[in-house]
Design a protein around this ligand. Structure first.
Ligand code: P70
Length: 459
């Protein structure tokens, strides 16, 4: 059989609310053209993020009832700890309410003024946590990762030559750790090869610098390794994931992605002293080390999620359902980032709207138009999220890529939902020459994409 079907059936459903074009026009205006300001009830298909939006399994919901809510020593914590230790091999597992809390603790200890933290590409919260500590967040993606039309296997890789040059140039004291984000979310969800993980680790070890994975989408990355990297075709996903973790000294994790839960995260590492410091901060800001800001039932569901996400029929369906969307859009001539990523399709907004320059935010204009066309919420990943405007001089520095991400929540939407998304985007593509750019009328000092307000340009 050629058709890869959803490896589950639906037990509980959530109704969708339909809106008219006229209603959406008013909703968008009221939201200041920022899709984060729209009530979820006014969204038909929500592709804003794959984070915390997964449907949980009956087993996970059952686990919620079993969750042990003890303040100290909850048995659900020990279950999660055992699961994560088995998967990652790290000695210390420190639960947090989500990924950015793990980042905050890590960079609170290891960041600071004058330091540089390289990564294949930092995602927004990682970058913000590093910058808030006073350190510099440096992106070192491979050049081919920045070419949307190039069809290559591991466009999420770290540029090893650039990393080596940096390590040679700077004193090791300036580089407290090197990170690698799997899959590379800011680079269109492209995977990182095992070879690249191995070589990054080798390089870090030769300079005595700790190496951490940002492991949010580790299972999707592992599946790409199985599909694309020679020598892994007959290796289990668990073994591939274990090998990925074996090269690192620790990781940050948002369970809201490949943990298949609505809330949860952890910081995992080997260094005893670092773990002690992390737990000291944890107890002040997140909670006692056996719950870290989570309820017992969250810990329980997270432990089950980390097992379910490794199931091969799940990953086969997951990766295939994302590439299905990409192939359909590609067939209509819609410019997408190639090849399809693990958790999302990224529209190439610069190619979609070549008449809108980066400083007029083509990605934002496109995301708003897609909402207007069909109530579909996507997310700009371009100069709104990663560009900068100097408040004093007004100088504008664009992001490396202008994209709109269609992130696919895990186990939530069916093929006909996706067909509808294709139809709406095809419709917007037909009328693309009529679209206008945007201007920012309000922006906060950090992570501006979440709360900025916009106005459409008239010409
Ligand atoms: C996303 C969300 C979160 C994330 C990540 C990587 C590689 C760490 C984190 C932080 C954030 C987001 C972006 C736009 C819209 C909604 C949400 N990524 N590292 O969707 O984890 O969220 O648990 O603090 O991707 O990509 P956490």
């Amino acid at each position: 059989m050629k058709t890869i079907i959803e490896p589950f059936k639906i037990k509980s459903v959530e109704p969708l609310r339909f809106t008219s074009h006229k209603e959406r026009k008013a909703i968008l205006e009221k939201a200041g053209y920022n899709l984060f300001n729209i009530h979820a009830d006014d969204v038909l298909i929500d592709l804003l993020t794959d984070s915390g939006t997964s449907a949980m399994s009956a087993k996970q919901w059952g686990g919620m009832i079993e969750g042990d809510e003890a303040y100290a020593g909850s048995k659900s914590f020990y279950r999660l700890e055992q699961t994560v230790k088995g998967l990652t091999g790290f000695r210390h597992i420190i639960p947090t309410h989500q990924g950015r809390a793990a980042e905050k603790i890590l960079f609170n200890i290891m960041g600071g003024r004058g330091k540089i933290v390289p990564n294949n590409t930092h995602f927004d919260t990682t970058r913000a946590n590093i910058e808030i500590s006073g350190a510099e967040a440096l992106d070192l993606p491979v050049a081919e990762g920045l070419d949307p039309s190039l069809k290559k296997n591991f466009k999420g890789n770290m540029d090893l030559a650039a990393l080596e040059a940096l390590l040679q140039k700077e004193s090791p004291q300036r580089i407290p750790l090197v990170m690698l984000t799997v899959t590379n979310n800011s680079n269109a969800g492209q995977p990182v090869s095992m070879e690249n993980i191995r070589q990054t680790s080798k390089l870090c070890r030769s300079y005595g610098i700790p190496f951490f994975l940002d492991a949010c989408r580790f299972a999707e990355n592992a599946y790409f390794i199985k599909l694309r990297e020679p020598g892994y075709q007959n290796t289990s996903i668990r073994d591939i994931a274990q090998e990925m973790f074996s090269y690192a000294d620790g990781c940050t994790m948002s369970g809201k992605k490949d943990g298949l839960v609505n809330m949860g995260g952890f910081l995992a590492l080997n260094d005893d002293q670092l773990a002690q410091k992390a737990r000291n901060i944890l107890v002040v800001t997140e909670g006692f080390p056996t719950y870290g800001g989570l309820a017992g039932h969250d810990l329980e569901a997270f432990a089950y999620g980390l097992d379910e996400v490794l199931q091969e029929d799940y990953l086969r369906y997951r990766i295939r359902s994302v590439s299905y969307l990409g192939e359909k859009l590609d067939a209509l001539g819609v410019p997408i980032f190639h090849p399809p990523g693990g958790h999302a399709i990224y529209l190439d907004a610069s190619a979609f709207l070549p008449h809108i320059p980066a400083h007029e935010y083509p990605g934002q204009a496109l995301a708003c138009e897609i909402y207007l066309a069909g109530g579909i919420r996507s997310c700009e990943i371009g100069s709104v999220m990663f560009g900068k405007t100097d408040p004093a001089s007004g100088d504008f520095q664009p992001a490396k890529l202008e994209m709109v991400r269609l992130a696919i929540p895990r186990r939530v939407y069916t093929q006909s939902h996706i067909d509808y998304v294709v139809e709406c985007i095809g419709h917007v593509f037909q009328k693309r020459v009529q679209l206008k750019g945007m201007r920012i009328v309000y922006e906060p000092p950090v992570l501006r994409h979440f709360t900025a307000l916009f106005e459409p340009l008239k010409k």
